[in-house]
Design a protein around this ligand. Structure first.
Ligand SMILES: CC(C)(COP(=O)(O)OP(=O)(O)OC[C@H]1O[C@@H](n2cnc3c(N)ncnc32)[C@H](O)[C@@H]1OP(=O)(O)O)[C@@H](O)C(=O)NCCC(=O)NCCS
Length: 285
Protein backbone atom coordinates (compact mmCIF):
# COMPACT_ATOMS: atom_id res chain seq x y z
CA UNK A 1 0.00 0.00 0.00
CA UNK A 2 1.98 3.05 -1.27
CA UNK A 3 0.88 6.27 0.40
CA UNK A 4 1.50 9.44 -1.60
CA UNK A 5 1.41 12.82 0.12
CA UNK A 6 0.81 16.14 -1.61
CA UNK A 7 -0.29 19.62 -0.60
CA UNK A 8 -4.00 20.43 -0.71
CA UNK A 9 -5.96 22.83 -2.92
CA UNK A 10 -9.51 24.27 -2.75
CA UNK A 11 -10.62 21.65 -5.31
CA UNK A 12 -9.98 18.94 -2.65
CA UNK A 13 -12.57 20.36 -0.25
CA UNK A 14 -15.45 18.12 -1.27
CA UNK A 15 -13.64 14.77 -1.03
CA UNK A 16 -11.62 15.72 2.09
CA UNK A 17 -14.69 17.24 3.76
CA UNK A 18 -16.65 14.06 3.08
CA UNK A 19 -13.88 11.92 4.67
CA UNK A 20 -13.62 14.36 7.59
CA UNK A 21 -17.38 14.15 8.21
CA UNK A 22 -17.41 10.33 7.99
CA UNK A 23 -14.30 9.87 10.15
CA UNK A 24 -15.58 12.03 13.02
CA UNK A 25 -19.14 10.68 12.78
CA UNK A 26 -17.91 7.08 12.88
CA UNK A 27 -15.64 7.54 15.87
CA UNK A 28 -18.19 9.62 17.83
CA UNK A 29 -21.09 7.28 17.22
CA UNK A 30 -18.96 4.24 18.07
CA UNK A 31 -18.44 5.79 21.50
CA UNK A 32 -22.00 7.07 21.96
CA UNK A 33 -21.26 10.76 21.39
CA UNK A 34 -22.88 13.27 19.00
CA UNK A 35 -20.80 13.92 15.85
CA UNK A 36 -18.61 17.06 15.81
CA UNK A 37 -20.07 18.09 12.44
CA UNK A 38 -23.89 18.05 12.23
CA UNK A 39 -23.83 17.61 8.42
CA UNK A 40 -21.41 16.73 5.62
CA UNK A 41 -21.73 20.27 4.20
CA UNK A 42 -20.43 21.80 7.45
CA UNK A 43 -17.22 19.72 7.26
CA UNK A 44 -16.84 20.53 3.54
CA UNK A 45 -17.37 24.24 4.28
CA UNK A 46 -14.73 24.27 7.02
CA UNK A 47 -12.13 22.48 4.89
CA UNK A 48 -12.94 24.69 1.88
CA UNK A 49 -12.21 27.73 4.07
CA UNK A 50 -8.95 26.22 5.39
CA UNK A 51 -7.77 25.01 1.95
CA UNK A 52 -8.26 28.53 0.53
CA UNK A 53 -6.76 30.39 3.53
CA UNK A 54 -3.06 31.35 3.16
CA UNK A 55 -2.58 30.92 6.92
CA UNK A 56 -3.15 27.15 6.77
CA UNK A 57 -0.81 24.50 5.39
CA UNK A 58 -2.60 21.41 4.14
CA UNK A 59 -1.49 17.88 3.28
CA UNK A 60 -3.47 15.22 1.46
CA UNK A 61 -2.81 11.45 1.51
CA UNK A 62 -3.59 9.38 -1.58
CA UNK A 63 -3.48 5.67 -2.37
CA UNK A 64 -3.60 4.71 -6.05
CA UNK A 65 -4.68 8.26 -6.93
CA UNK A 66 -7.60 8.20 -4.48
CA UNK A 67 -7.74 10.67 -1.55
CA UNK A 68 -7.78 8.78 1.76
CA UNK A 69 -7.11 11.53 4.31
CA UNK A 70 -5.96 15.05 5.10
CA UNK A 71 -4.30 17.13 7.78
CA UNK A 72 -3.74 20.84 8.43
CA UNK A 73 -1.32 23.17 10.18
CA UNK A 74 -2.69 26.48 11.43
CA UNK A 75 0.20 28.86 10.79
CA UNK A 76 -1.59 32.09 11.74
CA UNK A 77 0.18 32.39 15.10
CA UNK A 78 3.67 31.81 16.48
CA UNK A 79 2.58 28.50 18.00
CA UNK A 80 1.07 26.27 15.30
CA UNK A 81 -2.12 24.22 15.58
CA UNK A 82 -2.48 20.72 14.10
CA UNK A 83 -5.71 19.36 12.62
CA UNK A 84 -8.31 18.43 11.84
CA UNK A 85 -6.62 15.19 10.80
CA UNK A 86 -8.91 12.58 9.33
CA UNK A 87 -8.42 9.26 7.55
CA UNK A 88 -11.09 7.38 5.58
CA UNK A 89 -12.60 4.90 8.10
CA UNK A 90 -12.08 2.10 5.53
CA UNK A 91 -8.27 2.47 5.76
CA UNK A 92 -7.67 3.64 9.33
CA UNK A 93 -5.02 2.06 11.58
CA UNK A 94 -2.65 1.48 8.64
CA UNK A 95 -0.14 4.28 9.34
CA UNK A 96 -1.77 6.91 7.08
CA UNK A 97 -2.42 9.10 10.13
CA UNK A 98 1.23 8.81 11.18
CA UNK A 99 2.39 9.94 7.70
CA UNK A 100 -0.01 12.90 7.77
CA UNK A 101 1.28 13.91 11.20
CA UNK A 102 4.94 13.56 10.12
CA UNK A 103 4.19 15.87 7.18
CA UNK A 104 2.87 18.73 9.32
CA UNK A 105 5.74 18.30 11.80
CA UNK A 106 8.24 18.61 8.95
CA UNK A 107 6.48 21.75 7.82
CA UNK A 108 6.46 23.18 11.37
CA UNK A 109 10.21 22.51 11.64
CA UNK A 110 10.88 24.16 8.26
CA UNK A 111 8.91 27.21 9.38
CA UNK A 112 10.67 27.23 12.80
CA UNK A 113 7.54 27.07 14.93
CA UNK A 114 8.64 26.78 18.57
CA UNK A 115 5.75 24.47 19.39
CA UNK A 116 2.68 22.75 18.01
CA UNK A 117 -0.59 21.95 19.76
CA UNK A 118 -3.78 20.04 19.12
CA UNK A 119 -7.03 19.03 20.74
CA UNK A 120 -7.82 15.33 20.94
CA UNK A 121 -11.18 13.62 21.47
CA UNK A 122 -10.67 12.31 25.02
CA UNK A 123 -12.50 9.04 24.41
CA UNK A 124 -10.45 8.09 21.34
CA UNK A 125 -7.68 5.66 22.31
CA UNK A 126 -6.12 5.53 18.82
CA UNK A 127 -5.47 9.25 18.39
CA UNK A 128 -4.28 9.52 22.02
CA UNK A 129 -1.77 6.71 21.43
CA UNK A 130 -0.62 8.09 18.09
CA UNK A 131 -0.03 11.62 19.41
CA UNK A 132 1.74 10.41 22.56
CA UNK A 133 4.05 8.22 20.43
CA UNK A 134 4.78 11.22 18.21
CA UNK A 135 6.01 13.20 21.22
CA UNK A 136 2.93 15.10 22.38
CA UNK A 137 2.36 15.65 26.10
CA UNK A 138 -1.06 15.94 27.72
CA UNK A 139 -1.47 19.50 29.00
CA UNK A 140 -5.13 19.92 29.92
CA UNK A 141 -8.20 17.77 30.28
CA UNK A 142 -11.07 19.66 28.72
CA UNK A 143 -14.84 19.50 28.94
CA UNK A 144 -16.75 20.54 25.83
CA UNK A 145 -19.63 22.51 27.41
CA UNK A 146 -23.02 23.19 25.85
CA UNK A 147 -26.36 24.64 26.99
CA UNK A 148 -28.63 27.65 26.87
CA UNK A 149 -27.10 31.14 26.70
CA UNK A 150 -26.50 32.35 30.26
CA UNK A 151 -27.59 35.99 29.89
CA UNK A 152 -25.44 36.98 32.88
CA UNK A 153 -23.36 40.10 33.41
CA UNK A 154 -20.50 40.39 35.89
CA UNK A 155 -20.28 43.60 37.86
CA UNK A 156 -17.54 45.94 36.72
CA UNK A 157 -16.81 43.82 33.62
CA UNK A 158 -18.19 45.26 30.39
CA UNK A 159 -18.38 43.05 27.29
CA UNK A 160 -18.59 44.58 23.81
CA UNK A 161 -17.78 43.57 20.21
CA UNK A 162 -14.06 43.70 19.37
CA UNK A 163 -12.73 46.13 16.75
CA UNK A 164 -9.44 46.44 14.89
CA UNK A 165 -8.28 49.06 17.44
CA UNK A 166 -8.52 46.44 20.22
CA UNK A 167 -5.95 44.07 18.70
CA UNK A 168 -2.99 45.41 20.67
CA UNK A 169 -4.85 45.26 24.01
CA UNK A 170 -6.10 41.74 23.30
CA UNK A 171 -2.67 40.54 22.19
CA UNK A 172 -1.20 41.91 25.41
CA UNK A 173 -3.61 39.85 27.54
CA UNK A 174 -2.91 36.72 25.47
CA UNK A 175 0.83 37.34 25.81
CA UNK A 176 0.46 37.64 29.60
CA UNK A 177 -1.58 34.42 29.83
CA UNK A 178 0.11 32.20 27.21
CA UNK A 179 3.52 33.80 26.60
CA UNK A 180 2.58 34.37 22.93
CA UNK A 181 -0.21 36.13 21.11
CA UNK A 182 -2.77 34.73 18.66
CA UNK A 183 -2.83 37.79 16.44
CA UNK A 184 -3.72 36.01 13.17
CA UNK A 185 -6.75 34.24 14.60
CA UNK A 186 -7.91 37.34 16.42
CA UNK A 187 -7.76 39.47 13.25
CA UNK A 188 -9.74 36.83 11.32
CA UNK A 189 -12.41 36.80 14.05
CA UNK A 190 -12.68 40.60 14.13
CA UNK A 191 -13.09 40.62 10.34
CA UNK A 192 -15.82 37.95 10.67
CA UNK A 193 -17.55 40.00 13.39
CA UNK A 194 -17.49 37.22 16.02
CA UNK A 195 -14.88 38.57 18.48
CA UNK A 196 -15.69 40.29 21.78
CA UNK A 197 -13.63 42.00 24.47
CA UNK A 198 -14.17 42.47 28.19
CA UNK A 199 -13.05 45.65 29.93
CA UNK A 200 -12.43 46.16 33.62
CA UNK A 201 -11.27 49.43 35.19
CA UNK A 202 -11.16 50.99 31.71
CA UNK A 203 -8.77 48.49 30.09
CA UNK A 204 -9.08 45.26 28.14
CA UNK A 205 -8.73 42.32 30.51
CA UNK A 206 -9.88 39.52 28.19
CA UNK A 207 -11.30 38.61 24.81
CA UNK A 208 -12.95 35.78 22.89
CA UNK A 209 -12.69 35.15 19.14
CA UNK A 210 -16.05 33.41 19.59
CA UNK A 211 -17.41 31.40 22.51
CA UNK A 212 -17.62 28.02 20.81
CA UNK A 213 -15.75 25.06 19.35
CA UNK A 214 -13.69 27.10 16.88
CA UNK A 215 -12.93 30.04 19.16
CA UNK A 216 -10.47 30.69 21.95
CA UNK A 217 -10.73 33.09 24.88
CA UNK A 218 -8.29 34.50 27.43
CA UNK A 219 -8.80 36.53 30.58
CA UNK A 220 -6.64 37.87 33.37
CA UNK A 221 -9.06 36.30 35.85
CA UNK A 222 -12.03 33.96 35.88
CA UNK A 223 -14.30 37.00 36.22
CA UNK A 224 -13.24 38.09 32.74
CA UNK A 225 -14.14 34.70 31.29
CA UNK A 226 -17.42 34.60 33.22
CA UNK A 227 -18.34 37.98 31.72
CA UNK A 228 -17.51 36.74 28.19
CA UNK A 229 -19.40 33.46 28.73
CA UNK A 230 -22.32 35.28 30.32
CA UNK A 231 -22.65 37.66 27.37
CA UNK A 232 -22.49 34.98 24.64
CA UNK A 233 -25.80 34.60 22.80
CA UNK A 234 -24.98 30.97 21.99
CA UNK A 235 -22.15 28.46 22.29
CA UNK A 236 -21.23 27.86 18.65
CA UNK A 237 -20.88 24.32 17.31
CA UNK A 238 -20.70 21.36 19.70
CA UNK A 239 -19.74 23.71 22.57
CA UNK A 240 -16.82 25.63 24.09
CA UNK A 241 -13.74 23.94 25.57
CA UNK A 242 -13.12 24.41 29.27
CA UNK A 243 -9.95 23.24 31.08
CA UNK A 244 -11.40 21.19 33.95
CA UNK A 245 -8.34 21.96 36.09
CA UNK A 246 -9.94 25.40 36.45
CA UNK A 247 -12.31 23.98 39.07
CA UNK A 248 -13.87 27.30 40.01
CA UNK A 249 -14.93 28.15 36.44
CA UNK A 250 -15.90 24.54 35.71
CA UNK A 251 -18.24 24.38 38.74
CA UNK A 252 -19.65 27.84 37.93
CA UNK A 253 -20.61 26.62 34.43
CA UNK A 254 -22.09 23.39 35.78
CA UNK A 255 -24.05 25.28 38.45
CA UNK A 256 -25.45 27.55 35.72
CA UNK A 257 -26.96 24.46 34.07
CA UNK A 258 -24.40 23.85 31.31
CA UNK A 259 -23.78 20.21 30.38
CA UNK A 260 -20.63 18.34 29.36
CA UNK A 261 -20.99 17.22 25.74
CA UNK A 262 -17.71 15.27 25.59
CA UNK A 263 -14.25 15.05 27.15
CA UNK A 264 -11.27 16.35 25.16
CA UNK A 265 -7.52 16.75 25.69
CA UNK A 266 -5.13 19.59 24.91
CA UNK A 267 -1.73 18.19 23.88
CA UNK A 268 1.49 19.93 22.89
CA UNK A 269 4.89 19.17 21.40
CA UNK A 270 7.80 21.59 21.72
CA UNK A 271 7.55 24.88 23.58
CA UNK A 272 4.70 25.08 26.07
CA UNK A 273 4.24 27.82 28.67
CA UNK A 274 2.04 27.01 31.63
CA UNK A 275 -0.84 29.51 31.27
CA UNK A 276 -0.76 32.40 33.76
CA UNK A 277 -4.45 33.29 33.73
CA UNK A 278 -7.81 31.99 32.61
CA UNK A 279 -8.36 30.58 29.12
CA UNK A 280 -10.57 28.52 26.84
CA UNK A 281 -8.76 26.80 23.94
CA UNK A 282 -10.33 26.37 20.51
CA UNK A 283 -10.54 23.01 18.73
CA UNK A 284 -7.61 24.24 16.59
CA UNK A 285 -5.77 24.65 19.97
C1 LIG B 1 -6.94 9.51 14.37
C2 LIG B 1 -6.62 9.09 12.94
C3 LIG B 1 -6.32 10.31 12.12
C4 LIG B 1 -5.34 8.23 13.00
O1 LIG B 1 -5.02 7.77 11.71
P1 LIG B 1 -4.76 6.21 11.43
O2 LIG B 1 -4.24 6.10 10.06
O3 LIG B 1 -5.99 5.45 11.78
O4 LIG B 1 -3.65 5.90 12.54
P2 LIG B 1 -2.21 5.21 12.39
O5 LIG B 1 -2.40 3.82 11.89
O6 LIG B 1 -1.27 6.06 11.61
O7 LIG B 1 -1.68 5.26 13.90
C5 LIG B 1 -2.35 4.66 14.96
C6 LIG B 1 -1.32 4.32 16.01
O8 LIG B 1 -1.98 4.11 17.27
C7 LIG B 1 -1.69 2.80 17.73
N1 LIG B 1 -2.87 2.40 18.49
C8 LIG B 1 -4.15 2.34 18.04
N2 LIG B 1 -4.96 2.00 19.07
C9 LIG B 1 -4.16 1.87 20.16
C10 LIG B 1 -4.40 1.58 21.54
N3 LIG B 1 -5.63 1.34 21.99
N4 LIG B 1 -3.33 1.55 22.39
C11 LIG B 1 -2.08 1.79 21.94
N5 LIG B 1 -1.80 2.09 20.65
C12 LIG B 1 -2.83 2.13 19.79
C13 LIG B 1 -1.40 2.01 16.50
O9 LIG B 1 -0.67 0.86 16.76
C14 LIG B 1 -0.59 3.04 15.69
O10 LIG B 1 0.70 3.17 16.23
P3 LIG B 1 2.02 2.98 15.32
O11 LIG B 1 2.02 4.10 14.31
O12 LIG B 1 3.17 3.07 16.28
O13 LIG B 1 1.88 1.62 14.68
C15 LIG B 1 -7.77 8.29 12.30
O14 LIG B 1 -7.98 7.10 13.03
C16 LIG B 1 -9.08 9.06 12.20
O15 LIG B 1 -9.35 9.71 11.19
N6 LIG B 1 -9.93 8.97 13.24
C17 LIG B 1 -11.23 9.65 13.25
C18 LIG B 1 -11.08 11.16 13.32
C19 LIG B 1 -10.23 11.59 14.49
O16 LIG B 1 -10.39 11.12 15.59
N7 LIG B 1 -9.29 12.50 14.21
C20 LIG B 1 -8.39 12.99 15.21
C21 LIG B 1 -9.02 14.09 15.97
S1 LIG B 1 -8.27 14.28 17.54
Amino acid sequence: MAIKLRSGAPADAEVCGDICYKAFKTISETHGFAPDFPAREVAIGLLAWMLAHPGFYSVIAEIDGRIVGSNFLDERNRIAGVGPITVDPAVQNRAIGRHLMDAVHERAAERSFAGVRLIQAGFHTRSLSLYAKLGYDVREHLACMQGKALGISIEGHVVRPAAEADVEGCNQVCQEVHGHNRDGELRDAIAQGTASVVEHDGRITGYATIIGFFGHAVGQTNKDLKALLGAATEFAGPGFLLPTRNGELFRWCLNKGLRIAQPMTLMSKGLYNEPAGAFLPSILY
